[in-house]
Ligand binder design. Structure first.
Ligand SMILES: CC(C)(COP(=O)(O)OP(=O)(O)OC[C@H]1O[C@@H](n2cnc3c(N)ncnc32)[C@H](O)[C@@H]1OP(=O)(O)O)[C@@H](O)C(=O)NCCC(=O)NCCS
Length: 162
Protein backbone atom coordinates (compact mmCIF):
# COMPACT_ATOMS: atom_id res chain seq x y z
CA UNK A 1 0.00 0.00 0.00
CA UNK A 2 1.21 3.56 -0.64
CA UNK A 3 2.47 5.11 2.62
CA UNK A 4 0.19 6.94 5.09
CA UNK A 5 -3.11 5.87 3.57
CA UNK A 6 -6.18 5.65 5.80
CA UNK A 7 -9.32 3.84 4.70
CA UNK A 8 -12.94 4.12 5.50
CA UNK A 9 -16.04 2.38 4.22
CA UNK A 10 -18.30 4.16 6.72
CA UNK A 11 -20.87 6.45 5.15
CA UNK A 12 -20.82 8.85 8.10
CA UNK A 13 -17.07 9.34 7.63
CA UNK A 14 -17.24 10.23 3.93
CA UNK A 15 -17.90 13.88 3.22
CA UNK A 16 -19.54 15.38 0.16
CA UNK A 17 -16.60 17.82 -0.12
CA UNK A 18 -14.02 15.01 -0.26
CA UNK A 19 -15.94 13.12 -2.94
CA UNK A 20 -16.48 16.34 -4.93
CA UNK A 21 -12.73 17.03 -4.77
CA UNK A 22 -11.95 13.62 -6.30
CA UNK A 23 -14.73 13.93 -8.87
CA UNK A 24 -12.98 17.01 -10.27
CA UNK A 25 -10.37 14.56 -11.64
CA UNK A 26 -12.86 12.55 -13.68
CA UNK A 27 -14.41 13.70 -16.97
CA UNK A 28 -17.73 11.99 -16.33
CA UNK A 29 -18.13 13.26 -12.76
CA UNK A 30 -16.59 16.74 -12.85
CA UNK A 31 -19.88 18.62 -13.13
CA UNK A 32 -21.80 16.80 -10.45
CA UNK A 33 -23.16 19.20 -7.86
CA UNK A 34 -22.83 18.92 -4.10
CA UNK A 35 -26.52 18.13 -3.70
CA UNK A 36 -26.34 15.41 -6.36
CA UNK A 37 -23.29 13.91 -4.64
CA UNK A 38 -25.04 14.02 -1.25
CA UNK A 39 -28.06 12.14 -2.65
CA UNK A 40 -25.79 9.67 -4.46
CA UNK A 41 -23.84 8.89 -1.27
CA UNK A 42 -27.04 8.42 0.70
CA UNK A 43 -28.32 5.81 -1.75
CA UNK A 44 -25.09 3.95 -2.54
CA UNK A 45 -24.66 0.57 -0.89
CA UNK A 46 -20.89 0.28 -0.56
CA UNK A 47 -18.40 3.14 -0.38
CA UNK A 48 -14.62 3.07 -0.17
CA UNK A 49 -12.63 6.23 0.55
CA UNK A 50 -8.84 6.54 0.90
CA UNK A 51 -7.13 9.54 2.46
CA UNK A 52 -3.54 10.61 2.81
CA UNK A 53 -3.62 12.75 5.94
CA UNK A 54 -6.68 14.94 5.43
CA UNK A 55 -6.52 14.78 1.64
CA UNK A 56 -8.93 12.47 -0.18
CA UNK A 57 -6.88 10.36 -2.64
CA UNK A 58 -9.18 7.56 -3.73
CA UNK A 59 -12.85 6.72 -4.03
CA UNK A 60 -14.94 3.82 -5.32
CA UNK A 61 -18.54 2.79 -4.86
CA UNK A 62 -20.74 -0.22 -5.48
CA UNK A 63 -24.47 -0.42 -6.11
CA UNK A 64 -26.00 -3.78 -5.30
CA UNK A 65 -29.30 -5.58 -4.71
CA UNK A 66 -27.41 -7.54 -2.02
CA UNK A 67 -28.57 -10.76 -3.67
CA UNK A 68 -27.47 -11.25 -7.27
CA UNK A 69 -25.70 -8.21 -8.63
CA UNK A 70 -23.05 -5.64 -7.71
CA UNK A 71 -22.02 -2.80 -10.03
CA UNK A 72 -18.84 -0.81 -9.49
CA UNK A 73 -19.02 2.90 -10.24
CA UNK A 74 -16.86 6.03 -9.98
CA UNK A 75 -13.45 4.54 -9.28
CA UNK A 76 -11.06 7.48 -9.01
CA UNK A 77 -7.51 7.82 -7.70
CA UNK A 78 -5.98 11.30 -7.30
CA UNK A 79 -3.57 11.91 -10.21
CA UNK A 80 -0.45 12.15 -8.03
CA UNK A 81 -1.25 8.80 -6.38
CA UNK A 82 -1.83 6.72 -9.49
CA UNK A 83 0.19 3.61 -10.43
CA UNK A 84 1.09 2.89 -6.80
CA UNK A 85 -1.44 0.18 -6.12
CA UNK A 86 -4.17 2.31 -4.58
CA UNK A 87 -6.82 1.56 -7.23
CA UNK A 88 -6.19 -2.16 -6.83
CA UNK A 89 -6.49 -1.92 -3.04
CA UNK A 90 -9.77 0.00 -3.22
CA UNK A 91 -11.28 -2.58 -5.54
CA UNK A 92 -10.02 -5.47 -3.40
CA UNK A 93 -11.68 -3.79 -0.41
CA UNK A 94 -14.95 -3.43 -2.34
CA UNK A 95 -14.72 -7.04 -3.59
CA UNK A 96 -14.29 -8.27 -0.03
CA UNK A 97 -17.45 -6.46 1.09
CA UNK A 98 -19.42 -7.75 -1.92
CA UNK A 99 -18.19 -11.30 -1.33
CA UNK A 100 -19.26 -11.07 2.32
CA UNK A 101 -22.82 -10.50 1.08
CA UNK A 102 -22.58 -13.75 -0.88
CA UNK A 103 -22.76 -12.01 -4.26
CA UNK A 104 -20.77 -14.05 -6.76
CA UNK A 105 -19.50 -11.34 -9.13
CA UNK A 106 -18.84 -7.64 -9.69
CA UNK A 107 -19.66 -5.88 -12.95
CA UNK A 108 -18.78 -2.53 -14.48
CA UNK A 109 -18.38 -0.53 -17.62
CA UNK A 110 -15.10 1.27 -18.17
CA UNK A 111 -12.66 2.58 -20.74
CA UNK A 112 -9.75 1.64 -18.43
CA UNK A 113 -9.64 -1.99 -19.49
CA UNK A 114 -5.88 -2.39 -18.79
CA UNK A 115 -6.47 -1.59 -15.14
CA UNK A 116 -9.43 -3.94 -14.81
CA UNK A 117 -7.69 -6.78 -16.64
CA UNK A 118 -4.76 -6.58 -14.22
CA UNK A 119 -7.30 -7.04 -11.43
CA UNK A 120 -8.70 -10.18 -13.03
CA UNK A 121 -11.76 -8.73 -14.81
CA UNK A 122 -12.69 -10.01 -18.27
CA UNK A 123 -14.82 -8.67 -21.09
CA UNK A 124 -18.28 -10.28 -21.06
CA UNK A 125 -18.65 -12.10 -24.33
CA UNK A 126 -22.40 -12.44 -24.48
CA UNK A 127 -23.58 -8.90 -23.74
CA UNK A 128 -23.00 -5.23 -24.50
CA UNK A 129 -23.57 -2.27 -22.22
CA UNK A 130 -26.69 -0.43 -23.50
CA UNK A 131 -28.19 2.90 -22.47
CA UNK A 132 -31.27 5.03 -23.08
CA UNK A 133 -31.32 8.60 -21.79
CA UNK A 134 -34.71 9.33 -20.24
CA UNK A 135 -33.89 12.91 -19.25
CA UNK A 136 -31.60 14.97 -21.48
CA UNK A 137 -28.53 16.37 -19.73
CA UNK A 138 -29.14 20.11 -19.51
CA UNK A 139 -25.68 21.57 -18.91
CA UNK A 140 -23.12 20.64 -21.57
CA UNK A 141 -19.57 19.81 -20.50
CA UNK A 142 -17.11 22.74 -20.74
CA UNK A 143 -15.56 23.35 -24.12
CA UNK A 144 -12.02 22.06 -24.08
CA UNK A 145 -9.45 23.81 -26.30
CA UNK A 146 -12.15 25.31 -28.49
CA UNK A 147 -13.28 28.90 -28.87
CA UNK A 148 -16.95 29.82 -29.08
CA UNK A 149 -17.62 31.56 -32.40
CA UNK A 150 -20.34 34.20 -32.82
CA UNK A 151 -21.95 33.33 -29.51
CA UNK A 152 -23.23 30.04 -30.89
CA UNK A 153 -24.02 27.49 -28.22
CA UNK A 154 -22.89 23.92 -28.25
CA UNK A 155 -25.92 21.61 -28.16
CA UNK A 156 -26.37 19.63 -24.97
CA UNK A 157 -24.26 16.50 -24.96
CA UNK A 158 -26.88 13.81 -24.57
CA UNK A 159 -24.22 11.12 -24.35
CA UNK A 160 -22.47 12.56 -21.31
CA UNK A 161 -22.18 10.03 -18.49
CA UNK A 162 -23.34 12.48 -15.86
C1 LIG B 1 -7.95 3.76 -13.34
C2 LIG B 1 -7.40 4.18 -11.97
C3 LIG B 1 -8.52 4.10 -10.94
C4 LIG B 1 -6.27 3.20 -11.61
O1 LIG B 1 -5.83 3.48 -10.30
P1 LIG B 1 -4.29 3.24 -9.88
O2 LIG B 1 -4.18 3.44 -8.43
O3 LIG B 1 -3.41 4.04 -10.75
O4 LIG B 1 -4.10 1.70 -10.25
P2 LIG B 1 -3.08 0.67 -9.56
O5 LIG B 1 -1.78 1.37 -9.30
O6 LIG B 1 -3.73 0.03 -8.40
O7 LIG B 1 -2.88 -0.37 -10.71
C5 LIG B 1 -3.38 -1.70 -10.66
C6 LIG B 1 -2.86 -2.44 -11.87
O8 LIG B 1 -3.40 -1.84 -13.05
C7 LIG B 1 -2.34 -1.38 -13.89
N1 LIG B 1 -2.75 -0.10 -14.45
C8 LIG B 1 -3.28 0.95 -13.79
N2 LIG B 1 -3.54 1.96 -14.64
C9 LIG B 1 -3.14 1.52 -15.86
C10 LIG B 1 -3.11 2.11 -17.15
N3 LIG B 1 -3.57 3.35 -17.35
N4 LIG B 1 -2.62 1.39 -18.17
C11 LIG B 1 -2.17 0.13 -18.00
N5 LIG B 1 -2.16 -0.50 -16.77
C12 LIG B 1 -2.65 0.20 -15.74
C13 LIG B 1 -1.14 -1.21 -13.00
O9 LIG B 1 0.07 -1.35 -13.71
C14 LIG B 1 -1.35 -2.33 -12.00
O10 LIG B 1 -0.91 -3.56 -12.54
P3 LIG B 1 0.02 -4.56 -11.65
O11 LIG B 1 -0.57 -4.55 -10.27
O12 LIG B 1 -0.10 -5.85 -12.33
O13 LIG B 1 1.37 -3.94 -11.69
C15 LIG B 1 -6.76 5.59 -12.04
O14 LIG B 1 -5.88 5.68 -13.10
C16 LIG B 1 -7.80 6.71 -12.18
O15 LIG B 1 -8.33 7.21 -11.20
N6 LIG B 1 -8.08 7.12 -13.43
C17 LIG B 1 -9.03 8.21 -13.71
C18 LIG B 1 -10.43 7.79 -13.39
C19 LIG B 1 -10.83 6.59 -14.22
O16 LIG B 1 -10.67 6.57 -15.43
N7 LIG B 1 -11.37 5.58 -13.54
C20 LIG B 1 -11.83 4.38 -14.19
C21 LIG B 1 -12.90 3.85 -13.40
S1 LIG B 1 -14.06 2.83 -14.22
Amino acid sequence: MPPRIQWTTRKDRISVADVAALFRNADWARERTRSEIRRMLKHTDILVMARSGRKPVGFARVITDKTFRAFVEDVIVAPEMRRQGLGRLMIEQAEMLVKKLGIPRMELTSTQTHFWKRLGYRRKTNSTCMVKYLIPVISPPPLRGRTKVGGSRRPPNLLSNR
